[in-house]
Design a protein around this ligand. Sequence first.
Ligand code: NCD
Length: 310
Amino acid sequence: MLDLGGRDILRADQFTVDEIHHILNTAGQFAEHLKNHDRLDTMAGRVLATLFYEPSTRTRLSFESAMLRLGGKVLSVASAMTTSSAAKGETLHDTGKMIESYADVAVIRHPREGSAEELAGGADIPVINGGDGTGQHPTQALLDLFTIRQERGTLTGLNVTLVGDLKNGRTVHSLAPVLALLGNHLTLVSPRSLAMPAYVTDALRKHDVRVVETEDLAEAAAESDVLYITRIQKERFENPADYEAVKGAYVVDLDLVKAARSGVILMHPLPRVDEIAAEVDSYEGAAYFRQAANGVPVRMALISLIAGAT
Ligand code: NCD
């Protein structure tokens, strides 16, 4: 049941609770290996292809780092929209057909929702969704869970507050349902125009957890064990004036941290723009750079598990 060999990773909610714990425990073992500077070669002779049709720093580099640290090799098309055959009108399905003869695992990031599924439909190798438009970003959700467990020592019964662009943010669309599945209460803080889509809140309400929607960050912070802050997704706005109207809507500074529940953990998928003041970085509960670092062991675990190399 826990064999993930050959599986695509397309959505965060595709996993059972047992599978989530299995992935996080495997990631924990890789984190130990990294700490001990162990030399690993379980992916020796295998190739990871990264196809990025949208900007990325952390996701692409941490996937590539993960594969290299497992002894494997990486083949990558950056700026795939302009430098790959997508510029000539090739479908992702056809790209999938050929990528399977070049690589053993593929990661794709693309501005269109459903793109990873399309690539996976053409490819016989496991495909990982590294972010599809405003849809899903499942590996981010798993590294977020890993971070919450590391910082709070548990993954259940917490009050987690998601802040910012809940309408367009694929990280929160992925994370919220799995947090609810694991039994955590959720507070959703956003400007009204950037509220969490109904298809996500409907999924949350299927679980026996509290879900509160509000615009008041300070009030939510006072009750939060974890504050998960996100960037307003400027590139998803059709009308620049709509972005101007909400930009800077929420800023977490030290005053807010002081007024928040004691010991609150601050997370952010990064990149940040102006939603977390730099003065907050020295607060011990500021976990966002530790969170980014966790991308490597979590992605080592995912690559290994789907490639059947653990
Ligand atoms: C996020 C993304 O690309 O969705 N970045 C990331 O992968 N860490 C968040 C964002 O761009 O705001």
